[in-house]
Design a protein around this ligand. Sequence first.
Ligand code: ADP
Ligand code: MG
Length: 279
Amino acid sequence: MSIIKKLNSNIINNIAAGEIIEGPSSVVKELLENSIDAGSRNIDIYIEESGIKNIVVKDDGFGMSKNDLEIAFKRHTTSKIHSKDDLFNIKTLGFRGEALPSIASVSFLSAISKNNTEINQIKIIGGKKEFIKKGALNEGTLIKVENLFFNLPARKKFLKNKKKEFNKISSIVKSYALCYPDICFKFTHNGSEIYDLNRNNLKNRIGDIFGRKFEDSLISVDYQKDDCNINGFAGNIDLLRKRKTNQFIFLNNRLIKDKLIEKAILQPFLSSIQRNEYP
Ligand code: ADP
Ligand code: MG
């Protein structure tokens, strides 16, 4: 008799969830990325108790059929890549097909989706499908995630600091809002509006988020060499801060942190201070 056994898919999803879903902010990140990949123009994010109680993300993207809505919650299922070659030409934020089954395995999840022909709703509790039936929704997809980590009490205990969790979510929403100024984002926490951002150009979007005064201190950056294109805005010396919380660097529309790039951005400011160009 062998002592090695294949894990059942629920346990596999639970383990994967541990890696992919660190807390409410990872849920928001994954759902937002899916909404962006679905071509949405309007995305609403609604959270309660820093996302620990519930997270709702609603979009106006192309939605899913009944079949797709069921398949989407199985592991390694994706509409975004099909072959090895696709791996070298990824145009979407997601492609691993792991987020939805991971989130669903550690929460009470309900999803409603409308495509051209039908509207369906699925409910999954701790990875187990409760039902799939006809639903009601004007457009796109609405995903509601409640009781995150209800079946992983040790993980839930780690989510004690609500302020910290809220700040993480807020920073994620902010970064996508900056990366996609042509998408309208609405972000609500415990019924209070945090952001209601209309479609805009990047400069005005920065103003919408950080305040209009900020806009006066922006320097436009637009540089191209070979296949590399760098654009965005840097702040003038008035916006120079020790902490980098308001520095957002994106590579191919993905938020990245990179010490070398951070240093390269900072260096000209430090040099001019050394040259006494600023009082
Ligand atoms: P991935 O994004 O890596 O493909 P996910 O588990 O996040 O994996 O999603 C699985 C699939 O479900 C996606 O490939 C997509 O086809 C579909 N999907 C998920 N969210 C949405 C959404 N908001 N609108 C339309 N389709 C969606
Ligand atoms: Mg995804």
